[in-house]
Design a protein around this ligand. Structure first.
Ligand SMILES: [Zn+2]
Ligand SMILES: [Zn+2]
Length: 399
C-alpha cells in the first residue's frame, strides 16, 4: 500500500490560511475543571452516577483565556442545573467497570420518537479529559443522545497509540449508555489539510486521516468528520479537491466500515468546501461512495451565503444540497448559530437563537424528517451550557 509514514519533522510553514480559520478551536483537557454532575431525573441507570462533567470542549475564534473563563462558567451552569457535586474525586471513572467484549454495531438506537420513525439525535461536542470513555458520560450528563469528540490531541501530529484498555472502556461505555455507532461523530484534527499544496503537510495529513479512521474502526465508530482543507492560495481549488479525494481513497484502502464525513465550510480565505459543488467534486473522485458523506454545519452554510432564516431559504438550501450532492450523502449536522451575517464568510459560532441565524431556522432543522436518524451536534460557545441548548432545540421539535 502507498501509506507513507514519514518521519514527522514538524514544520511551522504549514498551510497558514487553513490553520488560521480552524485551529482556534481547542479541546479543554484541564482535569481540574472536571465536575461530577448528577444525572437528569429521567435517566436512572446506576452506572450513570459515575458520569463526570467537563465543560464544553470546543470553541471557535476566541482567545484562549476567554475560552477558559467561558468554559468554567458553562461548567458551573451545568452543575447547578443538574445538582452540583463539586469537590468529589471523579478520577478513574470506569476503572471498576468489568471488561466486556461489545460489538457496538449491535447496540440499539435510543428510541426517542414513536415506533417506526427514526430518532431525533441531538447532542454536543464533549470533552475527553481523563479518558476517551469519559466523553460518553459527559454526553449522558447533558442529556445528549449523540455526541462528538476529539480522538486525541488536536495540536500535535504525533499521537499516543490507542490502548486496548481504552478501546474496551469506550465500547463498554457506549453499550451501557445505549449509544449506537452511528450516533457518534468524532471531529478530525485541525492540523489536517488534505488539500495542502505542501507535500510534507499533505503526507502528514494523509497519515493522520488513516490513523484517526483506524481509531474509529477499533472504537466501533462508523463516522469520522473533518474539514476538507485549504489551497493556501498556492494551488487551484481543482487541484486541492483532487488531493482531498486521494487522501480519502488512501484512508479507505487502509480501513473498513468508517465513513469519511466532509464538513461544509464558510468560504473563508482559501478553504475548500464552502460551496456544495466543491464537496460534490470531492465525492465524485472518491472510489467507494458508500464510505463518504457530508456534515452540514448551519453556521458555515449561513456564512457561505445560504439564508436559512426563512422556510423558503431553508428549503432552497436543502434542495440545492440534494441536487448538487444528494441527500443520501448527508451524514451529520453541526448545530451552530452565527455571529456574522449571511454570506459573511466568517467561521464564528454563536449560541442557538442568539446569532444572526435565529431560532426559527433551527425549528426547520428540528422538524425536518430528512434529518432524523443522523447525529446533530452543537458546537456553540460556552455562554450557554449544552444541556440548556439541547432542551431548547428539542423543545422546537413538533414530532
Ligand atoms: Zn468542524
Ligand atoms: Zn466552525
Amino acid at each position: 500500500m502507498q501509506r507513507r509514514l514519514r518521519s514527522a519533522k514538524l514544520t511551522t510553514v504549514h498551510d497558514d490560511a487553513f490553520v488560521c480559520s480552524s485551529i482556534t478551536k481547542k479541546e479543554n483537557i484541564d482535569e481540574t475543571k472536571g465536575k461530577k454532575r448528577k444525572r437528569p431525573a429521567n435517566k436512572s441507570r446506576p452506572e450513570r452516577k459515575k458520569a463526570r462533567t467537563t465543560s464544553k470542549s470546543i470553541q471557535e475564534d476566541h482567545d484562549v483565556s476567554k475560552d477558559d473563563d467561558v468554559r468554567a462558567e458553562k461548567s458551573n451552569q451545568s452543575n447547578s442545573k443538574f445538582g452540583s457535586s463539586r469537590g468529589m474525586n471523579t478520577d478513574d471513572v470506569m476503572k471498576t467497570e468489568p471488561e466486556v467484549q461489545v460489538d457496538v454495531k449491535s447496540v440499539p438506537m435510543k428510541a426517542e420518537t414513536k415506533a417506526g420513525t427514526k430518532p431525533l439525535y441531538v447532542g454536543a461536542h464533549v470533552s475527553i479529559a481523563g479518558g476517551l470513555e469519559n466523553a460518553v458520560f459527559n454526553a449522558v450528563s447533558i442529556g445528549a443522545n449523540c455526541f462528538a469528540l476529539f480522538l486525541c490531541s488536536q495540536r500535535q501530529w504525533k499521537k499516543k497509540p490507542l490502548s486496548e484498555e481504552t478501546v474496551e472502556a469506550f465500547r463498554t461505555a457506549c453499550e451501557k449508555q445505549g449509544f449506537s455507532s452511528d450516533s457518534i461523530l468524532p471531529h478530525g484534527s485541525y492540523l489536517l489539510n488534505l488539500g495542502s499544496p505542501d507535500e510534507e503537510t499533505l503526507a502528514k495529513s494523509r497519515d493522520s486521516l488513516i490513523d484517526e479512521m483506524s481509531r474509529c474502526q477499533r472504537l466501533g465508530i462508523c463516522l469520522y468528520n473533518f474539514h476538507p482543507g485549504s489551497t493556501c492560495g498556492k494551488i487551484s481549488v481543482e487541484e486541492s479537491v483532487k488531493r482531498i479525494a486521494t487522501g480519502i481513497n488512501l484512508a479507505h484502502a487502509e480501513t473498513e466500515g468508517v465513513t469519511a464525513v466532509i464538513e461544509n465550510m464558510c468560504c473563508q480565505g482559501s478553504t475548500v468546501g464552502g460551496k456544495f459543488e466543491e464537496l460534490r467534486d470531492i465525492i465524485n473522485m472518491v472510489d467507494d461512495k458508500s464510505r463518504v458523506g457530508v456534515c452540514l454545519d448551519t453556521c458555515h452554510a449561513f456564512a457561505a451565503g445560504n439564508d436559512l432564516r426563512t422556510k423558503e431559504g431553508y428549503e432552497r438550501m436543502m434542495s440545492e444540497f440534494d441536487e448538487t450532492i444528494g441527500l443520501e450523502f448527508l451524514k451529520a449536522i453541526h448545530l451552530n448559530d452565527s455571529v456574522g451575517d449571511v454570506g459573511c464568510h466568517l467561521d464564528r459560532h454563536e449560541n442557538i437563537g442568539k446569532g444572526k441565524i435565529g431560532l426559527q431556522a433551527f425549528k426547520y432543522v428540528m422538524n425536518d424528517p430528512r434529518l432524523r436518524g443522523i447525529p446533530m451536534i452543537l458546537e456553540t460557545p460556552g455562554n450557554v451550557d449544552d444541556a440548556t441548548e439541547i432542551v431548547k432545540l428539542r423543545g422546537l421539535a413538533e414530532f
